[in-house]
Ligand binder design. Structure first.
Ligand code: BTN
Length: 243
């Protein structure tokens, strides 16, 4: 993981570029750009990616797995970021499934994209954006977003990328080769920002207040609805908001 790195000063989106070259490069290739002009977030949102302000990167992997096993890799990536930052002295939480939280604010987002054909994975792109130096966020996200510098941590981007590759390689190999989900789930549960809490689940513009109970072995969130029903939700199209 990360043995080959392709670096850009500027690019539209590292995820889009990764998808362009996904079929032609080896698994483990990492695309990094100083700046993105069309950074993408989940659910069609845009992602601010100014020059030098953060780590904007996309990892291309080519595991021999069934496509339905791909979403779990978002948790593998999230757990790897938690471990990487923890190795560097920063304690963060995961807001299932794909946000990393520092001091109650979002510091990192993950956007996983899958290319599959005939029930087989061609490649998977794991896009990661970590806010490092940003001090001023646009008004819409000011209350919700932060950066390592803003929270008083001065850590080099190279160290974080290096630690991420080391931690991802461990958890990823465990999952792909030995079907080991426990190590990833352990980290996701221990560092969860939502388990045991009440949150709003937003789907198709509908908002429902639920309690988060656990993350199950498929990486899905187990919630308890107001009427007491227990449900399992997949990451797909939901977003979670604090209350
Ligand atoms: C989210 O929280 O909505 C996911 C944000 C993902 C942002 C990263 S930055 C690098 C990669 N390239 C993109 O266009 N998006 C991801």
């Amino acid at each position: 993981i990360g043995k080959k790195i392709v670096h850009f000063d500027t690019i539209g989106s590292t995820n889009d570029y990764a998808k362009e070259i996904g079929n032609k490069v080896r698994g483990g290739t990492l695309i990094i750009s100083e700046q993105q002009t069309k950074g993408k977030g989940r659910l069609g949102r845009s992602w601010k990616s100014k020059s030098g302000d953060g780590i904007w990167m996309s990892l291309i992997i080519k595991p021999k797995i069934d496509p339905y096993k791909a979403p779990f890799l978002t948790l593998v990536a999230g757990a790897s970021i938690v471990e990487a930052l923890s190795n560097l002295g920063v304690d963060v939480l995961i807001k299932w499934p794909n946000d990393i939280i520092l001091n109650n604010k979002k510091i990192c987002g993950i956007l996983t994209e899958l290319s599959a054909e005939m029930e087989r994975v061609n490649y998977i792109v794991i896009g990661i954006g970590i806010n490092i130096k940003t001090l001023d966020f646009p008004n819409e996200i000011k209350e919700k977003a932060t950066s390592l510098y803003k929270e008083g941590y001065k850590i080099s981007r190279a160290d974080i990328v290096r630690q991420f590759c080391i931690e991802f390689e461990k958890l990823y190999k465990g999952y792909i080769l030995d079907d080991d989900k426990e190590n990833t789930l352990d980290i996701c549960r221990k560092h969860s920002a939502v388990i045991g809490k009440q949150v709003y689940i937003v789907k198709n513009n509908k908002k429902e207040l639920v309690k988060c109970i656990d993350i199950n072995e498929n990486g899905n969130l187990i919630i308890k609805e107001n009427n007491g029903d227990i449900k399992e939700i997949m990451s797909g199209e939901v977003s979670i908001r604090g209350i």
